[in-house]
Design a protein around this ligand. Sequence first.
Ligand code: AMP
Ligand code: ZN
Length: 489
Amino acid sequence: MPIRLFNTYSRELEEFRFFFNYRGKIEIYTCGPTVYSRAHIGNFRAYIFEDLLQRHLELRGYKVHRVMNITDVDDKTIRGAREAKIPLQEFTAPFKQAFFQDIERLRIKRADDFPAATDQIYIDKMIAMISTLIARDLAYQAEDKSVYFRINRFPDYGKLAHFDLTQLQSTGRVKHDEYDKEHIGDFALWKAWDEEDGDVGWESPWGRGRPGWHIECSAMATALLGDQIDVHCGGVDNIFPHHEAEIAQSEGCTGKKFVRCWLHCAHLLVDGQKMSKSLGNFYTLADVLEKGYTGREIRYALMRVHYRAPLNFTWDGMEEARQSLGRIDDWLTRLREIAGNKIDMVGTAQRADPTNNFEEALDNDLNISAALSFLFESIRETNRALDRNELDAGSAKAWLNWWGRVNSALRLEQHFVLHASSGTFTFKGGDVQMTQLPAEIAELAEARVQARLAKDWRKSDELRNELNARGWETRDTKDGQKITRRSGI
Ligand code: AMP
Ligand code: ZN
């Protein structure tokens, strides 16, 4: 069954098969955090949906190149730095760091690139794009010295949001300082410096100023992924004006279709309202961890509903997440016990065979609810067979292999506690953050713990060799598997 995804641009489920680029990888751009405060778990719903997308595509054999930008200059970051009376970079640095810790805790795969908007190479690219847009009459400098995109010259403007421009003209909600614009819908590409910006600013052909938020993403996306990208994701609030503006800017510069497939996730709600900073109804990851929940429980709670359906955050939902994961953990323990049995019950019927239902459900626009119900149905069936002593070691191994694939998309398996002491890391049961250890090394070490639990010594040796090749020594001790970086590397 082909993978089908709901493209916001066409409002249709589309078969996913084309690639714009010929690098053999699906190119995905995901709008990242604005680092003016800690991200809230609503933001993480978006990042977890993107993580599931990437992991499922990889499970299906695709290679993915994903970019997530860091918005480290905009009105909010500048205001924050001014209020804290510190330079912009100093203000945003701890929020960037917290973001990376949070995604690790939620097991979100790191993007291949995390470009920051303030990096001079991207500022240069933004300036180059704005110059092109002006040369093509798609942008103009207004009396306030800022540069605006001229939406009337871009007939496709509004197609992503299915937005009628006449509505825009009739709202009448115009701030005084926006009267300089030719059309109320024209958006800023370059904002002229003003006193409130303090020492934040870059020189440009239009004077000192700073980029608008939308051009940041167009520049970083095209700089790293090329003029045309396969998939662009974000939350539904990004559709207008942010993504609409990205299309206008990018296509205005290149004359080529910017994105093949637009994917947007619905919001995480609290009491029926969008979780957001401005409404004050938000929880950060730290808030939820403080209540005693683990990263994987929060990951599960944010992942379990289809990405296009709104999801209400409740503490009962967190409890349910804990129970569901407990069922998975118990099931795996039972399967591993049977899989490790030396005497195979040859001739016993295999009561339940793993099927492809789970992966096919995800093929269908990442239908996680259906995928999870297949998972729990399978757990119920195998547990029944286990209760009756009717599952042999071969079947248990088959189920464990099946789970390996399921888990490579979901990443919900219990992690192994990491004890770090002077460069040596020990893995045991539990669920703990992996700091200072490269994520891919942690994954290999974990996989090796799993292989040993399943008494798959060949795999365990392969993984030890792989860790060795990457410069890590392994030792199996009564406290767990210790891995240490070889000196001189
Ligand atoms: P921001 O830092 O506000 O630019 O948001 C980062 C990402 O989180 C964007 O893709 C937003 O669309 C998304 N987002 C913000 N609030 C929510 C929410 N309550 N539920 C789901 N996604 C959200
Ligand atoms: Zn963006």
